[in-house]
Design a protein around this ligand. Sequence first.
Ligand code: F6P
Length: 522
Amino acid sequence: MTPTRCDRTPAWAALQQAFDATGRTFDLREAFAADVDRFGRLSQSAPHVFADLSKNLLDPATESLLLDLARACDLEGQRDALLTGAIVNTTEHRAAMHWLLRYPAPALVDTDPIAIRNVADELAQVHATLDAMLAFAEAVRADSGITDVVNIGIGGSDLGPQMAVLALDAFVVPGKRFHFVSNVDGHELDATLRHLKPQNTLFLVASKTFTTVETMTNAHSAKAWFAAQGGTDIDHHFVALTTNVEAAQAFGIRTTFGFWDWVGGRYSIWSAIGLPLAIAIGADGFRAFLAGAHAMDEHFRSAPLESNLPVRLGLLDVWYRNFHGFTSRSIAPYHSALKRWPAYLQQLEMESNGKRVDVDGHVLPYATAPVLWGEPGTNGQHAYFQALHQGHDTVPVEFVAVKQPRHPLGGHHTLLLANALAQAQALMVGKTGADGHRHFPGNRPSTFLLLDDLNPTTLGALIALQEHRVFVSGAVWGINSFDQWGVELGKVLARDLAGRLDSGDCVGLDASTAGLLKRLID
Ligand code: F6P
């Protein structure tokens, strides 16, 4: 049964009333002055992640209404459907079981909930593939002849492994370099290949479908380069990570690691798509990464809604998007190794929830996913934080900071953490200035996520937290968070235009596209 649409529930009306009465004029400084326990009430620990939500335009009464909304939208039922392998991706008639990829080995199945026993076959396949992939990763790590690993993939087949390999740089095996080629722009592949020798290079062709034009174009060019440079033994130098093993074999790759159609591209880092990470951090590291995510899965599955961190974050997103009308969220990782964290979250949230129709295809009258953007701190401070502090729009900021550094350089980490704290503080408290130019209005919201250490386990938990948070807002909005039809039209048009760039045929094109095309071929 489809749950009641969120904007038709009494809870939505109550939230609108609360927003009109106190939400619109909510002042963080007054809220802290009125409630000495505000930090305690609006912060919490979840597995491997501490979250301070207290600098948000939110009070416990509003949170309680948001929880009513979640219940009215049957969030618990929708969560249970996700976590029991129901067909939640209805337009593609698929389950979304990325969580199963980090579920412990099947030996535990007898003691596991009935829901897990129902997917015992899938779980057994997951672990068989995982064991094989990790054995392969260990063999590559031990092979000193392979100095360069090149991942060729795009979207979820690039962003997850790239973000995670960079994030876990402190754990990466010495003696190997990792490269990520995603763009169909040949400059990227060319710049990578220029420094490589075929006999020392392992290419991982990562594509769920093994049809994506960018990846196939790059893979064909890499194969041609390999042969042209005198490379031999392609079986030793090309591996495919895909659900389409047949297509990989037709391409000429014999070593393949598979996964399943119930793993969405942007949720696939836990599958064979994670092979670059597994090579980088080793089998034990990859298992720790899965364990961190699993701990967050169990939190999401079992914690009461009011102390369930993905639920609280997802509901806050609804509050900001639909009542405050905030159109974007800035992602501010205060750790340089998290440089691809904003890009990773862009795909996760905007490809999942950037939708204007409900699960039945009906146009919705309310907004869904905000725009996500950002850069690591402190760099962002010297670029766009000006606008965050004094610009016209209120943009909620999501900080991520890490308590312990993994480098020996004195002084740096204290300064980094001080800056993260200072920015969150400045956004909130503001400053009365001598004139308009020096005035900071303050009352600008932020969330502060804190890890004790950035390691495979904590990174796994942090990613799973974000996956579930996106699911929560999508479930309240009543949209299908697991399809991505919005990327299709451009692909079709690009195919047509590639032909026209060769032929010069402009018939039927709009005047602007035709004009540009002519300039390109003249
Ligand atoms: O951009 C659309 C998309 O399908 C993403 O969802 C996916 O992560 C990416 O393309 C790559 O797809 P594939 O892994 O099949 O090459």
